[in-house]
Unconditional design. Structure first.
Length: 160
């Protein structure tokens, strides 16, 4: 069984409910047939994300999502392996969704799914890596009832 821990270091009203965040994360884990694992999703404000992005990536600006895979020495045993942490900047993701004309839940789901795939070892440094990772993300998004997050004009909220 997957254990998904949610930490709110930003206003909870800016982010989806914990149950949705867990559902999206589990969908990505299950799609990849990941063994039971533990993941923490931390929802942060712009200041914390800017600090993390600067500290760990040398980019002194905010971003939408960062993933921090955990490497545990083989001699340390856990009942449930810890995959790592996903940090999502609530104000950034909400602004991005609005700016891109996407449903807020669709964009949040994509950030969670994207973060999980990074924890599972996927990346998008090369065109081939990006193609592989994006195809996996698109498949999970479809199982969750969302359209392709990489297609322009998709996930548009026509009720605004």
């Amino acid at each position: 069984m997957h254990h998904i821990h949610i930490q709110y270091a930003a206003d909870k009203a800016l982010a989806p409910k914990s149950a949705l965040l867990r559902r999206w994360a589990k969908a990505a884990l299950i799609s990849n047939k990941a063994k039971p694992a533990e993941v923490t999703i931390r929802i942060v404000d712009t200041d914390e994300m800017t600090n993390l992005n600067d500290t760990y990536r040398g980019k002194p600006k905010s971003t939408n999502v960062l993933s921090f895979p955990l490497s545990v020495p083989e001699d340390i045993q856990h009942d449930v392996p810890i995959l790592g942490d996903i940090v999502i900047c609530a104000p950034y993701v909400n602004h991005e969704a609005q700016e891109q004309g996407k449903l807020q839940d669709a964009h949040w789901a994509h950030m969670v799914v994207h973060g999980i795939f990074h924890l599972l070892g996927y990346d998008h440094e090369t065109d081939q890596e990006a193609k592989t990772m994006e195809s996996l993300e698109i498949a999970v998004m479809h199982t969750l009832g969302f359209t392709n997050p990489y297609e322009t004009g998709e996930n548009i909220n026509h009720h605004d």
